[in-house]
Design a protein around this ligand. Structure first.
Ligand SMILES: Cc1cc2nc3c(=O)[nH]c(=O)nc-3n(C[C@H](O)[C@H](O)[C@H](O)COP(=O)(O)OP(=O)(O)OC[C@H]3O[C@@H](n4cnc5c(N)ncnc54)[C@H](O)[C@@H]3O)c2cc1C
Ligand code: SF4
Ligand code: SF4
Length: 1022
């Protein structure tokens, strides 16, 4: 069985294989091109199409799938989170995805600090379950939120605290595996005489052969295996050396990258949770000195010594979520920082060592008062919250690097070489010279204490010359590593990247021994062939993601993608930003990606969507893939929450990409009735509002809801928003006495806008500030969105009341084209892909707001998704200076109030309210850092206790929750955390949610009414 069958052969095999799998196993069996494409990549630069994908529901199903593969003569690739960086998780095989269903804890023995798990369990999920028992699995890798124990075992993964805990190998007690001959076996601690296998002759024979191999090759192993802790390359032959009193046969499977068997269970050693810690951020004026200092620092026995270099600090400072953290611990402009962590049980001891660290830095000549290379010292970090925030920056190191938008990207191939600490400084400076020789550069980060530094030179793997440079750099780097007796594979495994170099590093004899191990376990090459042994050349471009014929298709796009390179005006470059690191597969924390949190399906995660798009726009999924039903299915559960825009480390903005897909599809097939009902709402709403009883009949007339489902696909299980007769009208119905213009007024350019002799500050920095004088009241303009206008006008009324009470003159933005139809941001049109209509709406609104924009008057909105579209989609629709200014002026109600409060200008008298407010943030608020102000503003109410619901998307997401085919997922999203939290809230708690859809979901799911912040504040007005 070869590593890669020809496509022709694969085409013949696939149908039979698919048929048999579908008939015999429970679980997902998918052989379509889109699914295979989604499993063709891991976090490396390789791409190999698998034959098909199975996500078995039970271990018996997995076993049966492997049996069928064997009978049909195809290979099997076990897969967890698919976050490997070396190409070990791609193959032309049948992929068995363990992460979807095979993810249970089978046994937990807290007293003896051990547990048994299925391979698909994610490390963070496991640790969450262990936490109440005061325990954790201490191999704390950066990808803990999505890496599985099966994958960690497969790669022998290493955490930041490996100085204390060792690698995965040191923390696994035993592994149960299905072997190539169909048998199941347990690999664990054993005596040298192997008496425990007396009853299982085949296992006894296997174990004996392995030990015989270890004995035969003992001298070679001792001579050629690097003596560094970070060595994960090859098979762990050192575990088979004679005379070991800690013989554990599981060690031969650990780090075997799915090539020897299929792991069914892993027994883990657990550790007590770490208590309080002390961290010292050692600042160095010169990178070389930081590397040199590592060998001295480890003598203080820290549990981790992690590096971040100048480039990383600068890149992280550019990222809004990281900047505040850096500001708290980075002093001046260091060239490198070593984060040294002490984690003994006794915090006094940690503090003592922290003090010693300061002294050590002093002994090494560092002082804050120095200039140049010796300027430095230790910033002490004792606050656990700041420590956690720094860990977040550190573990995002790679992703921070990958946020570069250009075609050249940091490429992983020499990235986790480990050398003995005494050579670290020299090694890093020589490697930097190698990069320079090849016209590139690298950014360094990671585990200085373990001598394992991550570095990725920037290369464009579409270019032959850069691929040649990659080989040259690899050969130079590995030669150096060999010279220092280091390890060329120190953390991420071998895969395709490093296996080719085993012979150079370990020598021919040991590579033949590796091959012998593989043959003894898997003579026919059933499991993940071509990894560790018999590997292809690492620079064979036919295995690359960017193959020699890789090209962007000539596609027409509707939005502005010019910040990225590639076809479709840069759309190609934007979708290529996904590097498969899998951060979107996290299940808790943040918002991304709500659909995956419900389905746990690779199709429904940002990564799966980005991969499908990349393959589609480069012609790898056949003609018209972008507008195909499969693509629609791929996008179906994306709720356009924009969480990925903020939380994806490389900023993949799937919500915006979805608009392109819907637009392309609409251009091909037109709009459905439901699209028209949803998208064109702002256009027909003025007429509909005249007949509210008729519009509301759908919710009350028997059979009407059913009919709406049949005809328009609007779920009968959902009520539609209630139309009302007293809609908000810009020009009439002033209920509040306003001075200086006010509601209903148009902004007269000739009129002096304010009578305050004060500055009208523009929101955020950046131009356009002007000094206005001659009025007593500040001016603001309210953008009344369609939803609040027609369905919940009291929010607008209350916002006006609050702003007026605070001393602002509130103008309501009105059309200036002579038509009565109110203004609209274009949001509903965008949600169905009607981009041209959205642009027309945006341009109309822009024209109407022009006088305000010219005067720098803040534009305030209540519905987050509407007002924030002026910062997000509208600038991608319309190119003009006015749009840029509007993007800066557009503020949510709370952003405006919080800003005024911070500037000391908010004069809002609020009555105390002795209540609890439970607040759910709208996804777009979170995505645009606009949720903090919600909390700030609510806290202005004396006595109000404000609590945040830790929620992802509410699940309603505009029209998503109404769809007959999406309502179940919509409800399930709500049930993840928001709805249970609301149900738990006491009756007198106020539920606060600024989003119209969020309020609807809360009402449908719990029967409780949530309110906008404007209503809470208005209720407290003096
Ligand atoms: C941004 C980033 C940061 C990273 N940081 C670290 C780090 O700090 N430390 C570290 O060690 N690694 C790190 N990695 C690499 C990677 O995340 C880890 O190796 C991780 O443990 C892989 O887990 P996974 O579930 O994604 O495995 P996969 O990639 O799905 O699989 C890994 C290997 O295990 C095999 N495998 C999976 N399941 C089974 C099974 N049931 N039976 C047999 N074989 C199986 C696969 O075939 C494959 O060869 C990082 C990767 C990225 C992208
Ligand atoms: S979409 Fe973003 S978070 Fe998800 S895998 Fe791709 S780069 Fe990572
Ligand atoms: S917009 Fe939201 S649902 Fe869509 S891919 Fe991004 S995180 Fe997931």
């Amino acid at each position: 069985m070869g590593a890669r069958r020809t496509d022709v052969l694969a085409d013949i095999l696939r149908p039979v294989l698919e048929r048999r799998l579908k008939s015999d196993i429970r679980g997902d069996v998918r052989f379509d091109r889109f699914t295979r494409g989604r499993y063709a990549t891991d976090a490396s630069h390789y791409q190999i199409m698998p034959l098909g994908v199975v996500a078995p529901r039970t271990m018996e199903d997995a076993a049966r799938a492997i049996e069928i593969a064997r009978e049909e003569g195809v290979s099997v690739l076990p897969r967890g989170g698919g976050t490997s960086q070396c190409g070990q998780t791609v193959n032309a095989s049948l992929v068995i995805d363990c992460s979807k269903y095979l993810n249970r804890i089978l046994e937990l023995d807290a007293e003896n600090r051990r547990c048994v798990v299925e391979p698909g369990i994610v490390l963070d999920d496991l640790n969450r379950a262990l936490k109440p028992h005061g325990l954790w699995f201490p191999v704390d890798i950066s990808t803990a939120s999505r890496a599985t124990i099966g994958g960690m075992t497969g790669n022998n993964s290493c955490g930041a605290r490996s100085l204390r805990y060792g690698n995965t190998r040191e923390n696994v007690i035993s592994v149960n595996a299905l072997l190539a001959d169909g048998r199941s076996a347990t690999f664990g601690p054993a005596s040298p005489s192997l008496t425990e296998f007396a009853a299982t002759p085949q296992m006894h024979a296997l174990a004996s052969d392995l030990l015989a191999l270890g004995a035969r090759e003992a001298d070679e192993i001792k001579a050629r295996f690097p003596k560094v802790q970070r060595r994960v390359g090859g098979y762990n032959l050192d575990a088979l050396l004679p005379g070991r009193n800690d013989l554990n046969l599981a060690h031969i499977l650990i780090g075997s990258e799915g090539t020897l068997g299929f792991t069914t269970q892993v027994e883990l050693k657990l550790a007590p949770l770490l208590g309080r810690r002390a961290v010292g951020a050692c600042h160095f004026g010169r990178f070389y000195d930081a590397m040199d200092a590592a060998q001295h620092i480890v003598r203080l026995k820290p549990i981790g010594v992690e590096l971040i270099d100048r480039t990383m600090i600068e890149l992280a400072r550019e990222i809004a979520i990281f900047r505040p953290t850096l500001d708290q611990f980075v002093r001046g402009e260091p060239d490198a920082i070593l984060l040294v962590e002490f984690g003994e049980e006794d915090q006094d001891e940690n503090l003592r060592r922290l003090k010693q660290l300061g002294e050590l830095m002093g002994d090494l000549g560092y002082a804050w008062k120095n200039d140049g290379a010796k300027k430095g010292g230790v910033v002490e970090i004792l606050d656990p919250a700041l420590q956690a925030a720094i860990t977040e920056v550190r573990t995002s190191g790679l992703n921070i690097m990958m946020s570069m938008k250009e075609e050249g990207k940091p490429v992983s191939f020499v990235e986790d070489c480990a050398v003995p600490l005494e050579h670290l400084a020299e090694y890093t400076s020589r490697l930097t010279a190698v990069f320079e020789k090849h016209g590139t550069r690298g950014t360094w980060y990671a585990h200085a204490g373990a001598g394992c530094l991550h570095v990725r030179p920037v290369l464009n793997l579409r270019l032959e010359k850069d691929v040649k440079a990659m080989r040259a750099i690899a050969e130079d780097a590995f030669a150096m590593v060999r010279e220092y007796k280091g390890s060329h594979s120190g953390e991420h495994g071998d895969g395709i990247v490093r296996s080719e170099f085993h012979e150079f590093m370990f020598g021919e004899r040991l590579v033949r021994a590796f091959e012998e191990v593989k043959t003894r376990f898997d003579p026919a090459g059933l499991f993940n062939p071509g990894k560790i042994v018999h590997a292809p050349k690492f620079d064979d471009r036919t295995n690359f993601r960017f193959k020699p014929d890789y090209r962007g298709e000539d596609i027409a796009t509707k939005l502005d993608w010019s910040a990225w390179p590639g076809s479709g005006g840069g759309f190609q470059g934007a979708v290529e930003m996904c590097n498969n690191n899998g951060a979107c597969r996290k299940i808790e924390g943040g918002v991304m990606c709500p659909s995956y949190r419900v389905t746990r399906d690779e199709r429904d995660v940002t990564r799966g969507r980005a991969n499908s798009l990349r393959l589609a726009v480069t012609g790898q999924l056949g003609p018209d893939a972008l507008t195909s039903d499969d693509m629609l299915e791929t996008m179906k559960l994306c709720v356009s929450c924009k969480a990925c825009r903020r939380e994806c480390p490389t900023g993949v903005d799937m919500a915006r990409m979805k608009i392109e897909v819907l637009a392309a599809r609409a251009a091909r097939f037109g709009f459905s009735l439901r699209d028209r009902l949803i998208g064109w709402l702002p256009r027909y709403a003025p007429y509909a509002a005249r007949l509210p009883w008729l519009m509301n009949a759908r919710n009350v007339l028997p059979g009407a809801a059913w009919l709406s489902e049949q005809v328009a696909g609007l779920s009968a299980r959902r009520s539609l928003p209630r139309w009302r007769a007293d809609v908000f009208d810009d020009a009439t119905g002033d209920s509040l006495p306003l001075k200086g213009g006010g509601r209903g007024s148009k902004f007269d350019q000739n009129e002096t806008p304010t009578r305050h002799a004060s500055r009208v500050d523009l929101p955020f920095s950046g131009g356009g500030e002007e000094r206005v004088s001659g009025t007593e009241r500040r001016q603001v303009v309210l953008f009344a969105d369609t939803f609040n206008r027609y369905f919940e006008r009291e929010n607008l009324d209350d916002a006006i009341a609050v702003l007026t009470a605070a001393g602002y003159t509130v103008h309501v933005a009105q059309p200036d084209d002579g038509k009565k139809r109110p203004l609209c941001c274009g949001r509903t049109f965008l949600s169905v892909g009607a981009v041209d209509e959205a642009r027309a709406e945006a341009e109309r609104t822009l024209a109407a707001l022009k006088p305000f924009i010219d005067k720098g008057v803040p534009v305030i909105g209540l519905e987050p998704s509407c007002i924030l579209s002026f910062r997000d989609e509208v600038p991608a629709l319309v190119k003009s200076e006015d749009v840029k200014t509007l993007a800066r002026l557009a503020l949510t109600f709370e952003e405006f109030l919080a800003r005024e409060h911070k500037a000391g200008r908010l004069d809002l008298k609020l009555q105390p309210m002795k209540q609890r407010a439970l607040v759910h943030g709208h996804c777009h608020q979170k995505s645009f850092e606009a949720f903090g102000p919600v909390q700030t503003v609510l806290k202005l109410v004396p006595g109000l206790s404000v609590e945040i619901i830790e929620s992802s998307c509410c699940g309603m997401a505009g029209a998503f929750g109404y769809g007959s085919e999406t309502i179940d997922v919509s409800l399930a999203m709500g049930e993840l955390s928001l709805l249970p939290a609301v149900r738990k809230a006491s009756d007198d708690a106020i539920i606060v949610a600024d989003g119209t859809s969020c309020r609807h979901q809360i009402h449908d799911g719990t029967g409780r009414d949530a309110v906008h912040v404007a209503r809470v504040l208005a209720g407290c007005l003096d």
